[in-house]
Design a protein around this ligand. Structure first.
Ligand code: PGA
Length: 251
């Protein structure tokens, strides 16, 4: 029903030569990637055009962020249309680092989601609670309000293009991972929310990734949860062996 997906978020890491060798290693080992898993990488924007020629159809490319505007006087920004013009299929929006370090609001994330869809780029919309939210027992309400804000203006056809990614902030880059139960209950609640706003068949076909300290050792158990459709991988996507092991764990 839903294909598994493993996405590598490189963040602001790797110089060009290192980035090229990582892509080359992934390409050299692409026969190890199960056909049942969609694989994509999100390198820094400056590398995307160079990588477009280096990646086969088995490895899709994604932006890490884009502007909510189409074009114009927005120095330093990259638009979703620019990504599309390079045949970039996906773009991450609303990553917790964008929300917390760059002050992105739910409203801005919704506008970026819309900008991607208008340009024909599939948004990977991230959401997740802070540690304080979880400690206070507010994780479901925080997550639901973030997801609602991002998707409520979308049409059914637009929602079908959206990938969601649950990334509890306390698990990102910390080595602490959500348990399978914690991931599954949030993913199930978000799927139910999508069903309520759209319909069950759209909810059933929406890919919901888990992200936050996914490693080769914990990937299989997380990905085996009913509503976890793969992962958004930060640190472990910077090492070809680890990323390949995680991709295989999604089979
Ligand atoms: P991490 O990052 O795997 O290094 O925890 C995940 C992410 O931020 O997408």
């Amino acid at each position: 029903m839903r294909k598994k997906m493993v996405a590598g978020n490189w963040k602001m890491n790797l110089l060009w030569d290192e980035a090229k060798s990582l892509v080359q290693s992934l390409e050299e080992n692409k026969e190890q990637m199960p056909q049942s898993v969609s694989v994509l990488i999100a390198p820094p924007a400056i590398y995307l055009s160079g990588m477009e020629n280096m990646t086969s159809s088995q490895i899709a490319l994604s932006g890490q962020n884009c502007s909510d505007h189409q074009s114009g006087a927005f120095t330093g920004e990259v638009s979703a249309e620019m990504l599309k013009s390079l045949n970039i299929e996906f773009c991450i929006v609303g990553h917790s680092e964008r929300r917390s370090l760059f002050g992105e609001s739910d409203e801005l994330v919704a506008d970026k989601t819309k900008a991607c869809l208008d340009a024909g780029v599939k948004p990977i919309v991230c959401f997740g609670e802070q540690l304080e939210d979880r400690k206070a027992g507010n994780h479901f309400s925080v997550v639901k309000s973030q997801v609602s804000a991002a998707i409520e203006q979308l049409s059914d056809e637009q929602m079908k293009q959206v990938v969601l990614a649950y990334e509890p902030v306390w698990a990102i880059g910390t080595g602490e991972t959500a348990t399978e139960e914690q991931a599954q209950e949030i993913h199930a609640a978000v799927r139910e929310l999508v069903a309520g706003k759209f319909d069950q068949s759209i909810a059933d076909s929406t890919i919901i990734l888990y992200g936050g300290s996914v490693k080769p050792a914990n990937a299989k158990s997380l990905f085996s949860c009913n509503d976890v459709d793969g992962g958004l991988i930060g640190g472990a996507s910077l090492k070809a062996d680890d990323f390949l092991a995680i991709i295989k764990a999604a089979e």
